[in-house]
Design a protein around this ligand. Structure first.
Ligand SMILES: [Zn+2]
Ligand SMILES: [Zn+2]
Length: 146
C-alpha cells in the first residue's frame, strides 16, 4: 500500500495540472480516496463528507470519481449485488480480499497476481490489458465477534 499522504499529493497534483478547481470539499474527498480505507462506495464517501461539508451532493462525488476514473487515478470495482467500490490508493488492477459479513475490502500483500498474469499471457498468447481477482472470506474483525 502506498503511503496515503504521498498518494493524496499525487492526486492533488494530477487534478491541478488538468486545470480542475480544488475546493476544500474535493480535497477532503481526495484524502479519503488516497487512504482507500476499506475501499469505500460513493454513498460511504458521501456519509463521511456530509458531516464535514453539509452541502456535499452525491452527484458531485460521482463526478469526481468519474473524472479520476478517466485519468486512470482510481480503480472501480463493480458488483452485481452491491454498490461499486473505489480504490484511489492503488488505481491499477490488483487482488482484493472481500469480507462476506461486513463488506470491507482489503488489498492482500501478495505478488501472486503479476506471476499469474504472465502465465496466462504466455499460455494463451493474449496481451492481457486488465484482470480481476477477488478473494471472499470473513475478516479478522468479524471472526473475533464469533
Ligand atoms: Zn468483516
Ligand atoms: Zn484495492
Amino acid at each position: 500500500m502506498v503511503d496515503s499522504q504521498t498518494r493524496f499529493e499525487e492526486l492533488v497534483n494530477r487534478l491541478r495540472e488538468q486545470g480542475y478547481r480544488l475546493t476544500p470539499q474535493r480535497m477532503a474527498l481526495l484524502r479519503l480516496l488516497a487512504a482507500s480505507d476499506g475501499h469505500p462506495s460513493a454513498s460511504h464517501l458521501y456519509d463521511q463528507l456530509h458531516t464535514q461539508f453539509p452541502t456535499t451532493r452525491l452527484g458531485t462525488i460521482y463526478k469526481t470519481l468519474n473524472l479520476l476514473k478517466d485519468l486512470d487515478e482510481v480503480l472501480e470495482l463493480g458488483f452485481s449485488d452491491d454498490d461499486n467500490r473505489y480504490d484511489g490508493n492503488k488505481p491499477y488492477p490488483h487482488p482484493h480480499l472481500i469480507c462476506v459479513r461486513c463488506r470491507k475490502i482489503m488489498d492482500p500483500e501478495v505478488k501472486l497476481a503479476q506471476d499469474l498474469v504472465q502465465q496466462v499471457a504466455q499460455q494463451s498468447g493474449y496481451q492481457i490489458v486488465s484482470h480481476r481477482l477477488d478473494f471472499y472470506g470473513v475478516c479478522p474483525d468479524c471472526r473475533e465477534g464469533e
